[in-house]
Ligand binder design. Structure first.
Ligand code: DAH
Length: 337
């Protein structure tokens, strides 16, 4: 005796498939036939108790029905999942996807801003090679071979022992003065390299901006005016500078330049170690030997040169406490700008 009428089952299945309106309904239909207690599953369970004669026919019919329902479900599923043109459902309340736009690296922003300010003050931008020979990096800058001042720069020498990765952008002064006569007013931004252990304020590469202004009467007073103006424009607030005597072979006199602390405005705080001043760059009046190396008459011309660490400047502007972050490629850092 058959306890299940497969024909009736088929009609019911067709009905419930017809009334299924979405994937969720369809899933319900699937489970009502193929779930643990589903109709088809139960029908298969009956087979083992059937007589041989009945079993063969029932089994065949049941398998056909099974396939029929499976196919119908698949067919409807395809309709529900397919995007029907013009009938696509759009949830206007769903949160939008954020478009991630690229942006400039903080160092690039710093370099461009510095260039812009100096250009407004009449400086020309000049570039030089990152691989130099020792004449441009040292000799012509009044640092002869075997002079102890060479130890001021930990240098990456290349294999031949004569070429090197420039340790500063000062060599660009020489390239430029070899080809151009004063009066002149240039800046040379670019990458420099030091053979040093890294820490929060030192890296093996960083950016320098060299400046050079030469004329008949260019003095330290001109330098102070220009650099004070530069820092005030760069940081967007009034900045004072002061000079302290220092030694750089290519200038005489040479000085270390401090600017008033941005955090406390010169009153003294933890950033400036209670001095009210921050050490920011080196500068001086161009040494006669430097003019001589470029065949310029040092009795006729005079001027100043300076070198600013651009990474340092960016660190101050954006309050970054580790120079290595600039070169880490770490998006958690970069995406803050
Ligand atoms: N070249 C120096 C450095 O490597 C920076 C510098 C100091 C440049 C004094 C100058 C200067 O032109 O006059 O740290």
């Amino acid at each position: 005796m058959l306890k299940i009428d497969l024909k009736k089952l088929k009609i019911e299945a067709q009905k419930s498939l017809k009334s299924a309106k979405n994937l969720k309904d369809l899933d319900g239909v699937f489970r009502s036939y193929f779930g643990k207690k589903g109709e088809i599953t139960q029908a298969f369970n009956l087979i083992k108790d059937m007589s041989k004669e009945v079993r063969a026919k029932f089994g065949k019919d049941l398998n056909n029905l099974k396939r029929f329902i499976e196919k119908s479900i698949e067919g409807k599923k395809a309709i529900f999942t397919k995007v029907v043109p013009g009938k696509e459902w759009l949830d206007v309340t769903a949160p939008g996807k954020k478009l991630s736009l690229g942006h400039l690296h903080p160092l690039t922003v710093t370099i461009r801003k510095a260039i812009e300010i100096f250009q407004e003050m009449g400086f020309t931008v000049v570039e030089g090679p990152e691989i130099e020979n020792e004449f441009y990096n040292f000799d012509a800058l009044n640092v002869p071979p075997d002079h102890p001042a060479r130890d001021l720069w930990d240098t990456f020498w290349l294999k031949d022992g004569k070429m090197l990765l420039r340790t500063h952008t000062s060599p660009v002064q020489i390239h430029y003065m070899e080809k151009n006569n004063p009066p002149l007013r240039i800046i040379a931004p670019g990458r420099v390299f030091r053979y040093e252990a890294t820490d929060a304020s030192h890296d093996v590469q960083f950016y320098h901006l060299e400046g050079l202004m030469v004329g008949k009467t260019i003095s330290v007073a001109n330098f102070i005016a220009i650099i004070q103006e530069f820092f005030s424009r760069f940081f967007g607030k009034e900045v004072k500078v002061r000079l302290r005597p220092s030694y750089f072979p290519f200038v005489e006199p040479g000085f270390e330049v401090d600017m008033s602390c941005l955090t406390c405005g010169g009153l003294g705080c933890s950033v400036c170690k209670k001095t009210g001043w921050l050490e920011i760059m080196g500068a001086g009046m161009v040494h006669p030997n430097v003019y001589n190396a470029c065949a310029i008459n040092s009795k006729e011309w005079q001027g100043f040169a300076f070198g600013i660490g651009l990474d340092r400047l960016a660190m101050m502007k954006y309050k970054i406490n580790d120079i290595r972050l600039f070169y880490s490629g770490d998006l958690r850092f970069l995406e803050q700008f």
